[in-house]
Ligand binder design. Structure first.
Ligand SMILES: [Zn+2]
Length: 240
C-alpha cells in the first residue's frame, strides 16, 4: 500500500486485494483537506493517516463516503473529523449498526443472503474476530450532492447510482478534472451475484460522457483516463 500522487493537491492510498481494502482518496486545499472513504477497519484508516503524516500532509477534516459497503465504511468509527454520507447510505449504515457482529450472527446473515461470502472471507482476514467490527453512521447527511470548498479547490460528492449499488456516489474534483468513482461501475454483488445491469450501466456511462474529467480513480483499481474507462464500460451497456 503506497500513497500515490496525482498532483500537488490529490493523492490516493492504493487498494489491497487480499482483504478487499479499497483505494482511499485525499484532496488538500489551502484551508483544509478531505479523504474519500474511511476504509474497511481502524487499522486500514490508521495506515492511511500514517502515510499522510509521513508525507507531511494535513489530516483530513472530512471523510466523504462513496457507498455503504463494509470495505468503505468500517473505518468511520475511528475517523477524527466529520463523516459526510448520502441519506441513502446512512439508512443502510443505521441497519448495519443495529446488527450483531459475531461469527454466528454473520454466518446467519450469509444464509439469509444479507451478507455475501466474499465480504465474509475478507472480513475474516482483516479482523481477528468479528466483535472488533464497529459500524458508524454519518455526521453530515446530504440528499443528491454536496460541495466543499477546500480553498482553491472544490470537491463535489454526487449521488450517481450505477450498477453496483443504488447509493453509489462519486467525488468530483472540478479544478483538477479528477473523479473518484468508488465502486459505482462494478457489478451488483449484494443483490445480483456480481451481475451488471446494462440499463444502469448505460445511464452511468452517459453521466461519465457528459462530465469533464481526465483522470478516473476506481475504488479497487489503478487510475484510468476518461477514454479508457468509457471504452471498458461500453461493452456492458448492451442489453442481451
Ligand atoms: Zn462496493
Amino acid at each position: 500500500m503506497e500513497l500515490k500522487k496525482i498532483n500537488e493537491s490529490i493523492y490516493y492510498l492504493e487498494n489491497v486485494r487480499e482483504t478487499d481494502r479499497p483505494v482511499l482518496g485525499y484532496v488538500v486545499g489551502e484551508n483544509f483537506s478531505i479523504m474519500i472513504d474511511c476504509g474497511n477497519s481502524k487499522s486500514h484508516l490508521d495506515a492511511f493517516i500514517k502515510s499522510l503524516d509521513d508525507h507531511n500532509l494535513p489530516r483530513p477534516k472530512y471523510a466523504l463516503i462513496t457507498h455503504w459497503h463494509w470495505d468503505h465504511t468500517f473505518g468511520m468509527h475511528a475517523f477524527e473529523g466529520e463523516t459526510v454520507v448520502s441519506s441513502a447510505t446512512n439508512e443502510v449504515l443505521k441497519r448495519l449498526k443495529a446488527w450483531k457482529w459475531d461469527e454466528e450472527s454473520v454466518v446467519k446473515r450469509l444464509e439469509t443472503k444479507e451478507e455475501i461470502e466474499f465480504a465474509y472471507n475478507c472480513m475474516k482476514k482483516e479482523y481477528d474476530t468479528f466483535d472488533k467490527i464497529s459500524v458508524s453512521t454519518g455526521s453530515i447527511i446530504f440528499e443528491d450532492s454536496l460541495t466543499l470548498d477546500l480553498g482553491g479547490i472544490t470537491c463535489q460528492i454526487l449521488k450517481v447510482g450505477g450498477p453496483h449499488e443504488a447509493d453509489s456516489c462519486a467525488v468530483y474534483v472540478k479544478e483538477a478534472e479528477v473523479l473518484f468513482a468508488g465502486d459505482a461501475h462494478s457489478g451488483d454483488y449484494y443483490h445480483g451475484e456480481g451481475k451488471i445491469d446494462p440499463i444502469k450501466m448505460k445511464e452511468y456511462v452517459e453521466f461519465l460522457t457528459t462530465l469533464s474529467f481526465t483522470t478516473y480513480i476506481p475504488g479497487h483499481d489503478a487510475p484510468m483516463s476518461k477514454e479508457q474507462i468509457i471504452h471498458v464500460l461500453s461493452r456492458f451497456c448492451e442489453v442481451k
